[in-house]
Design a protein around this ligand. Structure first.
Ligand SMILES: Nc1ncnc2c1ncn2[C@@H]1O[C@H](COP(=O)(O)OP(=O)(O)OP(=O)(O)O)[C@@H](O)[C@H]1O
Ligand SMILES: [Mg+2]
Length: 418
């Protein structure tokens, strides 16, 4: 049985670098340290654009979380996004190795997943996750865990998420330069799904949309597993710059106006658009006017939200998922707090909508309760699940990192558990 373990998640966003440290036991994930949102540097739309600046921001974030947790972080699950993220569904088949009981072993499962990875990707691409969706044993479909079952032929349907090898190497390099090993890179959308989605939503069919500052990470679940992922290079920063153009204001002021407008709407929840008739006081900012009709501000915000959800709707159609996601859309990420977002998603996607915030952890939860923490908390929950399934992965106890020297076979199983 695994004992208590320190697991760290680092969410490398375009707006903030969030490090979260948790103490993980058999039945609990307790947050013991957070960095808060250290402003991101050197990262644009998920990609590293300036290594030195990115290293500096990551280092600040890690140090702050270390101080709060009172531990030294030596390894972490690190999020990755960017429009280079792509996915495909792949099939693997193997003969079950003959043994006395003719039972399917973990090694057979590892081999069939390895077989599903035999896809031709250009050398510029690297696999991030191989997620088994469904196993088939001698033509019997719908098996989630075939270990211990009898059979001679084992098949698997997997969802493979892959990314640009260069982008992956650069993120890893930045984290390594701070003296921290990368346990695994975790696609932001997948990470957030661990913190935000319920099992029922995943089973019924749902779309998770994590809208950050520079990107919108999308992941669709069907029958309990991911079926499609895509990252759009668009997010909350564009909403802010729309306001800046519309109001002829500075970006910093537009960001403040957006946050205040959204936070006020949150306080008078349930009547998000009710006070649109009232003017919004902007006298504290350096603008040509002192008051602006709220309806005008809402119009600017909703134009960009509409664009985001139209693009998401297009992706749903392209993936052939129209009418297959009855649990609707769950929106998370910092921009999920933008005023009017639920209405816009409902109108443009014609699905039920909810805002998702991180769940499933205890401890310092006040620090990570906002939707901007979903990916960081999710990275920890992803790591916890791998750790608890200790039969597949073992951790180096001294350094808290996954042993790289695992048998080649089990090394391939790094993303077996989603
Ligand atoms: N209360 C709020 N109302 C509206 N927007 C908000 C609010 N709080 C944060 N945001 C917006 O959320 C965005 C940042 O979200 P988040 O922290 O999830 O991004 P990120 O993870 O750094 O970026 P990305 O995932 O795109 O790389 C910013 O554009 C910010 O303006
Ligand atoms: Mg993000």
């Amino acid at each position: 049985m695994p004992k208590e373990k320190i697991i760290t998640g680092i969410d490398i966003g375009s707006t903030k670098i969030g490090t979260t440290v948790a103490c993980v036991s058999d039945n609990k994930v307790s947050i013991i340290g957070v960095s808060g949102n250290i402003p991101s540097k050197g990262i644009n739309k998920g990609n590293v654009v300036d290594i030195d600046s990115a290293v500096e921001a990551i280092s600040q974030s890690i140090e702050k979380a270390e101080r709060m947790a009172g531990v030294s972080i030596s390894s972490a699950f690190v999020t990755i996004n960017g429009s280079h993220i792509e996915n495909l569904n792949s099939h693997g088949v193997v003969a079950v190795s003959p043994n006395e009981t003719s039972e399917i072993s973990k090694e057979d499962v590892a081999r069939v997943i390895e077989a599903a990875q035999a896809i031709s990707l250009p050398s510029t691409r690297e696999i991030i996750h191989v997620i088994p969706r469904d196993f088939v044993v001698d033509s019997q479909e719908g098996i989630k865990d075939p270990v211990g079952m009898s059979g001679v032929r084992l098949e698997v349907e997997t969802n493979v998420i892959h990314g640009s090898a260069t982008a992956m190497r650069n993120i890893t390099k930045c984290v390594n330069q701070v003296g921290v090993d990368v346990n695994e890179l975790v696609y932001t959308g997948l990470a957030s799904s661990y913190a935000v989605l319920t099992d029922t939503e995943k089973e019924l069919g749902t779309l998770l949309v994590d809208i950050g500052g520079g990107t919108t990470s999308v992941i669709a679940f069907l029958e309990g597993s991911p079926i499609h992922s895509v990252v759009l290079p668009i997010g909350g920063k564009l909403i802010t710059s729309d306001l800046a153009i519309g109001l002829r204001s500075r970006l910093e002021d537009s960001e403040k106006i957006k946050l205040r407008l959204s936070n006020e709407a949150m306080i008078s929840r349930g009547s998000q658009n009710d006070n649109q008739e009232e003017d919004f006081d902007v006298s504290e900012f350096d603008l040509e006017i002192e008051r602006i009709p709220r309806s005008m501000l809402h119009k600017i915000l909703s134009a960009r939200l509409e664009e985001i959800f139209r693009l998401v709707a297009l992706e749903v159609t392209k993936a052939g998922l129209n009418g297959k996601l009855p649990a609707g859309i769950v929106i998370t990420g910092g921009a999920a707090l933008t005023v009017g977002i639920e209405k816009s998603a409902k109108v443009n996607l014609k699905m039920p909508v909810r805002i998702g915030t991180p769940k499933g952890v205890t401890g310092l939860i006040d620090e990570i309760k906002g939707p901007d923490s979903s990916a960081g908390v999710g990275a920890i929950l992803y790591g916890s699940k791998l750790y608890r399934g200790g039969n597949l992965l073992s951790f180096d106890d001294k350094r808290g990192s996954i042993k790289i020297g695992l048998s080649k076979l089990f090394g391939k199983l790094k993303s077996f558990l989603p």
